[in-house]
Design a protein around this ligand. Sequence first.
Ligand SMILES: *[C@@H]1O[C@H](CO)[C@@H](O)[C@H](O)[C@H]1NC(C)=O
Ligand SMILES: *[C@@H]1O[C@H](CO)[C@@H](O)[C@H](O)[C@H]1NC(C)=O
Ligand SMILES: *[C@@H]1O[C@H](CO)[C@@H](O)[C@H](O)[C@H]1NC(C)=O
Ligand SMILES: *[C@@H]1O[C@H](CO)[C@@H](O)[C@H](O)[C@H]1NC(C)=O
Length: 439
Amino acid sequence: MVRRALSAALALAVFASTTLAQKCSKDSKCPKDTPCCSLYGECGVGAFCMGGCDPLMSHSFDSCVPAPVCKSANYKFDDLNDIQSIDTYFGDASKVNWQSQGMPEKYDGSVLLTMAEGTVGTLLSSTHYVWYGKICAKMTTSQGKGVVTAFILMSDVKDEIDFEWIGVDVEHAQSNYYSQGVTNYKHGENLTASNTVKDAHEYCLDWTEDELTWSIDGNEARKLARDTTWNATANRFDYPQTPARIMLSLWPAGLATNEKGTIEWAGGEIDWHSKYMQNGYYYAEVKEVTVECYDAPPMAKKNGNKSYKYTDDAATNNTVEISNDVVVLGSLMGTGEEPGEASKSSDGPAPTKSVAMVPGGNPGGGNRQETAVPNSPAQQTGAGEGGPFAADPTAGGGGGSGQEFQQNVNGGSSIQPHLNNIGGSAFAIVIAVLGLLVL
Ligand SMILES: *[C@@H]1O[C@H](CO)[C@@H](O)[C@H](O)[C@H]1NC(C)=O
Ligand SMILES: *[C@@H]1O[C@H](CO)[C@@H](O)[C@H](O)[C@H]1NC(C)=O
Ligand SMILES: *[C@@H]1O[C@H](CO)[C@@H](O)[C@H](O)[C@H]1NC(C)=O
Ligand SMILES: *[C@@H]1O[C@H](CO)[C@@H](O)[C@H](O)[C@H]1NC(C)=O
């Protein structure tokens, strides 16, 4: 069910680039000129080469920018200064700790993940990776049919650890995990949590090399031991074991255009005039995220302490190296191999062709499996007009609509360029063409 849900999310996510970007998988890596395979299984440059870039599906291991190492921190969201839109982030994790897609809003010391009609919600991803650690999010979830809130860890090879909340069941969190994006319907478990909408609970993932614990408000809710996950066929543990980003999201599993199974899983079709919406959007509130990094596994190859890099197709824990390599792109035309210089003037090269530079958004965050399945139904869907962040320009503006947000959203003070400010095509941001670079 989860897979189908995610598959549907992907249908949206890939829309932007279905017309342009080449698909990628382990058997069909990206070509040299668009070397980076995004989380969504499509080739491009720029943001495609940063968070979520799959080294096993990209042109070479060096195509993806090395992943910034774990950083212990306590993130509060008194303002949105530490959140940068994916289309303006060039890879300098020393400057910003979160990347966004969609419309994060500032609210009373928290960040709201918002989802207005016509959008696919909001996704925040950490710029730093975690290679074992304890990650906690104090948050509320959204509510209503078809509305899904998520707090997950996702590695570039799609090892994944999930907390997910279905908007019709506010008394449970669904827990799940995946290994290298392989779909397995038996890994999910429901965890009890009282009123996830009204009460901010602290959800923690305590992830070590040997053991993974999901806990809620300090109470252990589920435990997974690595040694119970051996997969003799794959000859490895089906246990999340590679550096992962933290992702927080709100996404519309219950869109009428999604697969039936997805909509059912999410409790039905979304009502865009729901009483659970405020100020024109659904929302989940993230109050705080804490990260306590654990030591990298003893067998890790250590040639530095700044980034994680994959060295082998196995993509197991013993094939990740800790290096000193840091790559910050000069522009969104850059790649891990050719980061490029920062452009200083408007005298850039004339545009010669369209290149995908910012992958389609995926608020679900967790649509890993599908990226490994080229030509899956989801990817053929195309989703028609609209798609990710085809935002209603009036939506999610944090005030101004004449509708009083009852929780006093401190609207409009985000310094981040919201998608609704981009104007014109909603996809200008998703599929940037080379011409746009020449500013
Ligand atoms: C979790 O609960 C939902 C209902 O809220 C149910 O449909 C689903 O099958 C449950 N999953 C598991 C793994 O028990
Ligand atoms: C074991 O790994 C293989 C290859 O990745 C996968 O197809 C299979 O589903 C896995 N087995 C289980 C029980 O998950
Ligand atoms: C990182 O490594 C350098 C030398 O390679 C060392 O000087 C520095 O203290 C290390 N930093 C940390 C945080 O371990
Ligand atoms: C990590 O690598 C070590 C050594 O290769 C191995 O013993 C251990 O089982 C691995 N952990 C996982 C989760 O596969």
